[in-house]
Design a protein around this ligand. Structure first.
Ligand SMILES: *[C@@H]1O[C@H](CO)[C@@H](O)[C@H](O)[C@H]1NC(C)=O
Ligand SMILES: *[C@@H]1O[C@H](CO)[C@@H](O)[C@H](O)[C@H]1NC(C)=O
Ligand SMILES: *[C@@H]1O[C@H](CO)[C@@H](O)[C@H](O)[C@H]1NC(C)=O
Ligand SMILES: *[C@@H]1O[C@H](CO)[C@@H](O)[C@H](O)[C@H]1NC(C)=O
Length: 361
């Protein structure tokens, strides 16, 4: 209480000052008093001064950068700063512009008018637009799988606010986490979004700062493929069945080949045996069995499944029975002796085949 009483005179003094300056400020107005802009843009302040004034100065970052006379003469510290009357020839309003503003110009911007007008101060905030990128690009997942997207917003000032959309609809903030860290005089933010994949979705990450009218964004496409049947089982089954079938085929093939070879061998042996027994038989039997010979020549062929042409061949051969008897006659002549007629018969059989080959040629 005592302190409050003690400060009374002080407060009264402040009030007096404020009221006095307020009276003057009605004649001198600076707009806007707060300006938030993006680095690289131009920012303009306007000063409206009632009555006749002589000189106006502009101070940025504690440096006097520009002066204007009531006649419109402008003296600028650098090309980055310029000023002119809001409407030509009307000294009541002056427009002051900072071109290509940088973060260095952040802070108070002070306009002072010579004399009792005093000065007015505005605050300039320069922000930086960084980049946004969803790491990894497009994603393809199976249905119901958990997906994770990482969005990196780099080189922003101040810390950007990061948000996400799915098919253009805002994502609940419980589905993502965003962390930020300083990178020099700007900030990097990393946001991780997790959700369960249901359908094809356009996923967008947005980052913004107040100076930005439209957020900076990056989007990727989430392709959701239906859950496939368990292919591994199917493939395993197909492969094993295929392998089994192949094995069976192989075994059957081997058995078949083996059988055929054995049969051939047996047929040959059978024939040989038959021929041998016949020769023995005919050796025992009397010589002049011409008819028997012809029959014997017919049977051992065992060619029931012989092609018709061969049959006719043999038919011809049989018709030419007399020829047969004639041709071997030469042999017979060479091998003189009717006792060899039997031998001749066997020869006749083998000779019979040879003879047929000759006819084909
Ligand atoms: C992502 O998918 C979209 C749509 O299918 C396509 O236009 C875009 O090129 C893809 N981006 C990348 C990085 O593959
Ligand atoms: C966000 O972070 C909190 C705490 O670290 C964690 O419990 C939560 O699961 C995270 N959420 C996501 C979507 O990563
Ligand atoms: C910020 O991001 C940029 C670009 O991605 C990277 O080069 C830099 O290392 C990051 N800084 C920090 C502190 O993570
Ligand atoms: C997603 O899109 C791909 C092609 O872009 C399509 O083949 C697929 O069927 C779609 N999935 C769904 C669930 O619509």
């Amino acid at each position: 209480m005592a302190a409050a009483w003690k400060s009374w005179p002080h407060l009264f003094h402040i009030c007096l000052l404020l009221c006095a300056s307020g009276a003057v400020s009605q004649l001198f107005k600076l707009e806007p008093l707060n300006s938030t802009v993006l680095q690289g843009s131009d920012v303009t302040f306007s000063a409206t001064v009632e009555g006749t004034w002589q000189v106006m100065t502009w101070t940025v970052r504690r440096f006097l950068v520009l002066t204007v006379s009531t006649l419109g003469n402008v003296t600028s510290f650098s090309e980055q700063f310029s000023a002119k009357f809001c409407s030509s020839g009307d000294s009541r309003c002056v427009k002051f512009t900072i071109h290509n503003v940088t973060r260095n110009e952040s802070g108070p911007v002070i306009c002072t008018v010579l004399g009792e007008y005093g000065s007015q101060t505005a605050q300039l905030h320069v922000q930086e637009r960084g980049v946004v990128n969803i790491v990894g690009g497009n994603v393809t997942v199976e249905q119901d799988q958990q997906v994770e997207f990482q969005c990196v917003a780099a080189a922003w000032f101040p810390i950007p606010s990061v948000s996400w959309t799915r098919n253009g609809h805002a994502v609940d903030s419980s589905l993502y986490n965003t962390t930020s860290m300083a990178d020099g005089d700007s900030f990097n933010s990393t946001s991780v979004l997790k959700f369960q994949a249901v359908s094809n979705t356009t996923v967008e990450c947005l980052a913004t700062v107040p100076a930005l009218t439209k957020p900076q964004s990056s989007s990727v496409f989430l392709v959701v493929v239906p859950k496939p049947p368990d292919w591994t089982v199917l493939i395993a089954v197909v492969v094993s069945f295929g392998g089994f079938a192949l094995l069976v085929l192989l075994i059957i093939g081997i058995i078949f080949c083996y059988k055929r070879r054995k049969e051939k061998k047996r047929n040959y042996q059978d024939e040989m045996r038959r021929v041998r027994t016949q020769s023995q038989l005919s050796g025992v039997s009397a010589a002049g069995q011409r008819k028997g010979q012809v029959n014997a020549g017919y049977v051992p062929e065992g060619q029931t499944s012989v092609a018709p042409s061969e049959l006719t061949d043999s038919g011809i051969c049989q018709e030419n029975g007399s020829n047969i008897s004639q041709t071997p006659d030469v042999v017979n002549g060479n091998q003189a002796g009717s006792g060899y007629n039997s031998a001749y018969n066997t020869v006749d059989q083998s000779g019979y085949r040879k003879h047929r080959h000759v006819t084909i040629v």
